[in-house]
Write a protein of this length. Structure first.
Length: 298
């Protein structure tokens, strides 16, 4: 299979996962169902359920009322081999804003809970933090899957089969490296093949990508890498603010930093820019992180 056809297939699989089914079941909520990507760990990727919850909420609103913020909590690990039921509660519809509460369920219990706000396009004051200069272009960087050797076969396959082309400015954190221990990093990202023009789909896909790599600013500060034996990481919550429209099938720069880690938790924040320097979105996530203690040398 050619590289181009492989890229198209990875994005088509993502679109299938994001294509939710509306059911005829009704309580006081709108009910949708969906499926998951297979994952080496067997757990649902958090960005996937973020995107699905957002799309379910968007399906209950006019197309011109777009999400501007969401706050979600990961409540339980999801099983990637099981289907997902998503319930949307239409909390409020005002003249300019709407609010939705969305919960994703498996086996009758919630695995993710989100509240999101939506707004009609409205003029107003405008400013944005500029994109910093001097960051290498994505074409000058090697895709992550071509920079790591020695990973387990399942993890290596996941990197090459994912819908996103991710390129770290510094070394990827899948294996130990010699990079400086700093609580920040920069990543270029885009989907491997074009998406339809529907901005709702691009906003959801941006949420999907926003959960990818943001935890690494915390790990990088302590010289920790993903394949470290005994490392335990789990996302606790995720917040996101959409500022401007963007296409996720074009290069986006994700700047990430961690202002704090304490008590087995780490906080990471991020800003997402278009290649032209437009600030597209801001992100914040807190994770549980447990790093194994170094064993005393004999």
């Amino acid at each position: 299979m050619s590289a181009e056809n492989h890229a198209i297939q990875t994005v088509e699989r993502l679109l299938e996962v994001l294509d939710l089914d509306a059911t005829q079941a009704r309580t006081t909520e709108d009910i949708f169902t969906g499926s998951s990507h297979p994952m080496p760990s067997g757990r649902i990727y958090g960005g996937q359920v973020l995107a699905q919850a957002l799309l379910a909420a968007e399906r209950t609103l006019p197309e011109d009322r777009a999400v501007h913020s969401m706050h979600g909590y990961f409540l339980r690990p999801g099983d990637a081999d099981q289907g997902i039921t998503i319930a949307v509660d239409r909390i409020h519809d005002g003249r300019s804003f709407s609010t939705r509460r969305t919960q994703a369920y498996q086996n009758g219990v919630p695995i993710f809970s989100m509240i999101a706000s939506f707004q009609d396009a409205d003029p107003g004051v405008e400013h944005a933090e500029p994109m910093p200069p001097g960051i290498p272009a994505p074409e000058d960087l090697v895709p992550d899957e071509d920079r790591v050797q020695g990973l387990p076969a399942g993890t290596a396959r996941m990197l090459s089969d994912r819908a996103a082309d991710i390129r770290h400015v510094d070394s990827p954190l899948y294996l130990p490296g010699d990079d400086e221990r700093v609580a920040r990093q920069a990543v270029w990202m885009r989907l491997r093949a074009p998406l339809p023009d529907d901005q709702r789909l691009h906003r959801a896909a941006l949420a999907y990508l926003s959960d990818m790599t943001i935890q690494e600013s915390i790990l990088r500060a302590h010289g920790v890498f993903w394949s470290l034996p005994g490392l335990k990481v789990a996302s606790l919550d995720h917040a996101m603010w959409w500022h401007r429209p963007a296409r996720v099938d074009e290069w986006l720069l994700y700047l990430q930093e961690s202002p704090n880690a304490r008590g087995g938790r780490g906080l990471a924040t991020g800003r997402i820019y278009t290649r032209d320097g437009d600030l597209v979105a801001s992100v914040a996530q807190e994770i549980m992180i447990r790093v194994p203690e170094e064993q005393p040398r004999s």
